[in-house]
Design a protein around this ligand. Structure first.
Ligand SMILES: NC(=O)C1=CN([C@@H]2O[C@H](COP(=O)(O)OP(=O)(O)OC[C@H]3O[C@@H](n4cnc5c(N)ncnc54)[C@H](O)[C@@H]3O)[C@@H](O)[C@H]2O)C=CC1
Ligand SMILES: O=P(O)(O)OC[C@H]1O[C@](O)(CO)[C@@H](O)[C@@H]1O
Length: 377
C-alpha cells in the first residue's frame, strides 16, 4: 500500500488533504506537534469527516496513524519510505518542519532512487518552493544535487473552508462540501500521483493568485471589519450591508489586477466572486471572525491578501478604497488571544503607524496607498 506522510493533523490536514489521500488509497501517517491529537489518532485509527451543506454527508477515514513531531527518528523514517509528503501546518511553521523533512530525504537518498513529491498545502503563494529552500538548508551539497533530480516540491493552491471544530468528537472534522486542490504539474518528479480531487495544472499561478486574492482577500476584509463592529462570525459580519459592500468592493478591486494579469473575463470573475460569497454565508458552518483574521502580521505582509492586490490595483489606476478599509481594520485587530495581534498592537503603540506600514506591510514611504489607508483609519 502507498504511504503518505502529512504534516499537520489539523482542520485542513484531517478534513481535506488527509481525507483525499486516504480515499486515493494511501495509508496516511500524520505528523503533529499536538501530543493529545496524535495519541487519539493512534488509539482510534480512524476519524470522521462531515460535509456540511444542504445535506450532510459523513465519511469515515480509515487506517490513519500519527507520529509526534518531536519523535525525529520516526518522522525521518516515515518520510524516507513515503510515496508522497504533504503539509498543512501554517506558513509560519514550514521552517520548523523543514529539518524533519530534510532528515527523511537524506535517509531516503541513501537507499531509494524512487522520486518523491512534497506538497505544501498552505495559504501562501509558492509555499512548496519556500519549503524546498528551507529543506535545502539542512542538506549537504551532494544531497542537494541528488534532491534536485528526484524530489519535487510542486506549488499548490488549497481551497476548502474548514472552521474550528465544535463537536465532542476529538477527531471529527466538519467541512464545507466545496474543495479545490490544484498543483503545479511542472513541479512533480516522476509520474503525477493519481489522487482523485487533486488537479495537476500548467497555470498554477492563476489558480493560486485567484484563490488567495479573492477568497482570502474577501474573507479577511469580512473578518477585520466584522471584528471592528463586534460580530462573532463571518456570516454575521456579512449580514451588515456596509461590510458586505466593502467585501464585494475589495474582491472587485483585486479582480482588476487578476483579470489584467491572468485574463479571466469579467463575467467569469463575477461568477467566482458570487460563489465565494455564498460559501462564506454557508449557514451550516460557524466560522469565527477571529479564526479568519488570525495572524494579522502575516496577513498584512507585502505579498499577502490585502496589501499585494492593493498595490497592483493602484498600478492599474484603481484606487483600492475597500482593500484599504480592510487594511485599516486589520491594524485595529486587537484580539488578545492572537500572538501576532498583540505584537502588532504593541508595535503600533511603540513605533507608530508609519513604521508598521513600512516594516509589516512593505509599503514604501512614497506610495499613495499609505494615505488611502490612513484616510480610512
Ligand atoms: N482551515 C481552512 O479553511 C484552510 C486553511 N488553509 C491553510 O492550511 C494550513 C493549516 O490550516 P488549518 O488546518 O486551518 O490549521 P490548524 O491549526 O487546524 O492545523 C494546523 C496543525 O498543524 C500542527 N502544527 C503546528 N506546528 C507544528 C509543528 N511544528 N509540527 C507539526 N505540526 C504542527 C497543529 O498542531 C495543528 O494540528 C494553513 O496554512 C492555512 O492557511 C488553507 C485552506 C483552508
Ligand atoms: O488560513 P489563513 O491563511 O490564516 O486564513 C484563513 C483563511 O483561510 C481559509 O481558512 C481557507 O482558505 C479561509 O477560510 C480564510 O480566508
Amino acid at each position: 500500500m502507498k504511504k503518505a506522510v502529512h504534516f499537520g493533523a489539523g482542520n485542513i490536514g484531517r478534513g481535506f488533504i488527509g481525507f483525499l489521500l486516504s480515499r486515493a488509497g494511501y495509508r496516511v501517517v500524520f505528523v503533529d506537534i499536538n501530543a493529545e491529537l496524535i495519541e487519539t489518532l493512534n488509539e482510534k485509527g480512524f476519524y470522521r469527516v462531515m460535509e456540511k451543506g444542504e445535506d450532510e454527508k459523513v465519511y469515515r477515514v480509515e487506517g490513519v496513524t500519527g507520529i509526534l513531531s518531536t519523535e525525529e527518528q520516526k518522522v525521518a523514517e516515515a518520510v524516507a519510505h513515503a510515496h508522497i509528503v504533504t503539509t498543512a501546518v501554517g506558513p509560519g511553521v514550514l521552517g520548523s518542519i523543514a529539518p524533519l523533512i530534510a532528515a527523511g530525504i537524506s535517509r531516503r537518498l541513501q537507499h531509494s532512487p524512487e522520486p518523491l513529491n512534497v506538497i505544501a498545502c498552505e495559504n501562501m503563494v509558492g509555499a512548496s518552493t519556500f519549503l524546498k529552500e528551507k529543506v535545502m538548508e539542512h542538506l549537504s551539497p551532494s544531497e542537494r544535487e541528488k534532491l534536485e533530480k528526484t524530489v519535487g516540491f510542486p506549488d499548490a493552491a488549497v481551497d476548502r473552508i474548514v472552521p474550528p471544530q465544535s463537536g465532542t468528537d476529538p477527531l471529527g472534522v466538519a467541512v464545507e462540501p466545496y474543495f479545490e486542490w490544484v498543483v503545479d504539474i511542472g513541479g512533480f518528479k516522476g509520474a503525477v500521483p493519481e489522487i482523485p480531487g487533486m488537479k495537476a495544472v500548467e497555470n498554477l499561478q492563476a489558480y493560486v493568485e485567484r484563490k488567495i486574492y479573492t477568497l482570502n482577500t474577501g474573507h479577511a476584509v469580512a473578518a477585520y471589519l466584522g471584528y471592528e463592529k463586534g460580530c462573532t462570525t463571518i456570516r454575521e459580519a456579512l449580514q451588515n450591508p456596509q461590510i458586505l459592500e466593502a467585501v464585494k468592493g475589495a474582491m472587485a478591486e483585486s479582480g482588476v489586477y487578476l483579470r489584467a494579469c491572468f485574463g479571466f473575463s469579467e463575467e467569469e470573475h463575477e461568477v467566482y466572486i458570487e460563489k465565494t460569497l455564498q460559501r462564506f454565508l454557508n449557514p451550516a458552518l460557524e466560522d469565527p471572525v477571529v479564526r479568519v483574521g488570525r495572524n494579522p502580521v502575516r496577513k498584512l505582509g507585502p505579498k499577502d491578501r490585502l496589501v499585494y492586490p492593493s498595490v497592483r490595483a493602484l498600478e492599474l489606476g484603481v484606487k483600492p478604497v475597500n482593500l484599504a478599509r480592510g487594511i485599516a481594520a486589520a491594524l485595529k485587530f486587537d484580539y488578545e488571544e492572537d500572538q501576532e495581534a498583540r505584537k502588532l498592537q504593541q508595535m503600533l503603540r511603540e513605533q507608530g503607524i508609519d513604521v508598521v506600514l513600512n516594516k509589516v506591510c512593505g509599503i514604501p514611504d512614497e506610495s499613495p496607498l499609505r494615505d488611502i489607508i490612513k484616510a480610512t483609519l
